[in-house]
Ligand binder design. Structure first.
Ligand code: KG4
Ligand code: ZN
Length: 333
């Protein structure tokens, strides 16, 4: 039997999870409300909150899994990418726990873990498959050849898809994080109400900064004519924005399938919680006969279950790290 404790602290979510023989038994997530009033994550405040949350979060994960600390066989933690001060809390905790209990230590790449979240539940994708990984910090199309063998086929040249949602939300005077709110308003709106440009970026790369500027100018122009424009048109604006972000993403996915010939397609990361993206991928999959994989909501945004499952697969391979391991703010898949 292999019991893995997974720890995630890369951004503003402190999370701990227990995985037993590849099955997730608990996944506790402590969010941080402190950032909302600043309109974005404040790194210094995030590390302090992780420091306060980490022990109760781990305790709760162990309790919910109905095991004792003594039964844990290895500790997996997010090494990066993320905010260094935040990563340091999870890394230091994992190292101390492993040292105290004489357990092997496993480092996990957060972006790989988002993808490996697909191995928590069934049906699981078969290798190779394509994954569109879309989060607050990343937008990538990845060819997943094996658990830890991933090839980056394309990525954003500027803002990430999550940033495009969050920055647009700011323009629309919606609180942080704006992605889920745009999604909510979009469900009541007309996606064709406002025409927004689709950037012409070669290959499988993305760009979102032009879209943000186009939205800003569009809103400013409309507000000059009608100061209540936003209040009166929030649903239509959100639906139009969301529909454009989704079409930018899915057009590249379509291209990636054509180029690679791989017809198993997954989405991962916080933005994969977006209802428009989920629906759009399902429709595209049906049209082209792809096998589509969409994670459960709780495994889309940051969580430790994905770290624990990634850790479990490294545990099976005996891939451990030494106590002098340090977190990295930047890491590639
Ligand atoms: O993966 P994640 O939890 O954290 C990072 O690793 O960045 O992703 C967070 C991002 C934020 O930008 C948030 O606005 C976005 O995911 N997000 C959404 C939705 N839920 C979360 N964006 C659009 N629609 C959603 N429903
Ligand atoms: Zn993430």
């Amino acid at each position: 039997m292999a019991v893995i404790l997974g720890i995630e602290s890369s951004c503003d979510e402190t999370s701990a999870s227990i995985c037993i023989d590849g099955e997730i038994k608990s996944n506790i997530i402590a969010g941080q409300v402190v950032h909302a009033k600043y309109g974005g994550v404040v790194p210094e405040l995030a590390s302090r909150a992780h420091q306060q949350n980490i022990i109760p979060t781990v305790d709760q994960a162990i309790q919910e899994a109905k095991i004792s600390k003594k039964e844990i066989d290895a500790v997996a933690f997010t090494r990066g990418p993320g905010l260094l001060g935040s990563l340091l809390v999870g890394t230091s905790f994992a190292k101390s726990f492993a040292l105290a209990r004489q357990l092997p230590l496993i480092e996990v790449n957060h972006m790989q873990a988002h993808i490996l979240a697909h191995f928590i539940e069934s049906p699981k994708p078969a290798f190779p498959f394509l994954c569109l990984t879309v989060s607050g910090g990343h937008t990538q199309i990845v060819l997943v050849k094996d658990y830890f063998e991933m090839e980056l086929l394309g990525q954003t040249l500027d803002d990430a898809a999550g940033e495009a949602f969050d920055k647009t939300a700011k323009i629309l005077n919606l609180p942080y994080p704006g992605g889920p709110l745009i999604d909510k308003y979009a469900q009541e709106g007309n996606p064709e109400a406002f025409r927004l440009p689709e950037p012409q970026i070669p290959g499988l790369n993305f760009s979102f900064s032009g879209l943000k500027t186009a939205i800003l100018y569009m809103v400013q122009g409309k507000e000059a004519e009608n100061p209540n424009f936003l209040q009166e048109n929030m649903a239509d604006v959100c639906a139009s924005v969301q529909s454009r972000i989704v079409s930018i993403l899915l057009n590249k996915v379509e291209k990636a399938v054509k180029q690679s010939g791989v017809k198993d397609v997954a989405i991962a990361g916080g933005v994969s919680a977006n209802s428009g993206l989920r629906q759009g991928l399902l429709e595209l999959g049906e049209k082209h006969n792809w096998n589509v994989f969409i994670p459960k909501f709780e495994y889309c945004t940051d969580n430790a279950a994905m770290i624990a499952i990634a850790g479990y697969h490294k545990y099976l391979k005996g891939e451990f790290v030494a106590q002098d391991i340090a977190p990295l703010a930047r890491m590639h898949v």
